[in-house]
Ligand binder design. Sequence first.
Ligand code: PRT
Ligand code: ZN
Length: 288
Amino acid sequence: MNGNLKLALQKKGRLTEKSLELLRLCGMEVENYSERLVVSVRNFPLDILFLRDDDIPEYVQDGVADIGIVGENVIYEKQTNTPVLEKLGFGRCSLLFAYPENKELKKLEDVNGKTIATTYPKILKDFLKSNNLNAKVIELSGSVEIAPSLGVADLICDIVSTGNTLMMNKLKKSFKVFDSEAVLISAETTLKDEKKNEYLTDLRRRIRSVMTAHSSKYLMMNIPKNSLDKIIGIIPSLKSPTVLHLAEKDMLAVHAVIPSDKFWHIIDDLKAAGASGILLLPIENLIQ
Ligand code: PRT
Ligand code: ZN
């Protein structure tokens, strides 16, 4: 026991690379992990444990790891007492019903009396119960999408991201059970340990700064002096824009941090107001 914060990450799968990238953006120098079970971070009191994603909620709940990164779908299925501290914005997917293309599922009540195959029996049973529905749930450990064509189930309840798997198996998307993304979870005990909680607070502050930075961009442009008010009115800036003088008189440079998704909505207005040399740059960290 070295007193370091222990973080459980998925060993090999959809969340692994994104989780490590997030840590790197938080300034953590993660040793080359390849096939090791535990690696240390060189410049932060953090050890990373690589595990199957299904095991992460229980390991965190039992204190084997102090915190973990895992999909919400997994924690809700495991029903562990592991509070969600931060939503991380990657690993997005939805758990939803899907049924064969040649069948109909017009309203949710149509699942009554049907057989549904899933790898998420707890979430599905809770959903059926809270919607007063009565269907037979068949638990499979994988390849749920082939259950209808094998005649094992009438429909499925599975994780979908692009929808390609459904399409390839001639299944149609239907009602959604819930949306999921990767989250940071902790054990109750971690929050009560003074030293670990201090490290965790630092880590969470860094994560939030990376997340805000990712949803923001740095906008730079040159504008005619007389259109400054108009330009400021167009920019959906987080703070008041920076205005700089240029060698060319009657021109100014304007810099601002804007939400990434707003850029394409304002570009035409900026140009119409005389902006030129417009640059949009990524931001690595943003402390607010
Ligand atoms: O080995 P280990 O148990 O650790 O990994 P795993 O195979 O159980 O999980 P993995 O790596 O597939 O997924 C890890 C987490 O990523 C999941 O728990 C989800 O939170 C999240 N995630 C995001 C997904 C998907 N997108 C996803 N598309 N998890 C699974 N899928 C599967 C889905 O089950 C279906 O088979 O991908 C298929 C559908 O994908 P589309 O793109 O064709 O719709
Ligand atoms: Zn798994």
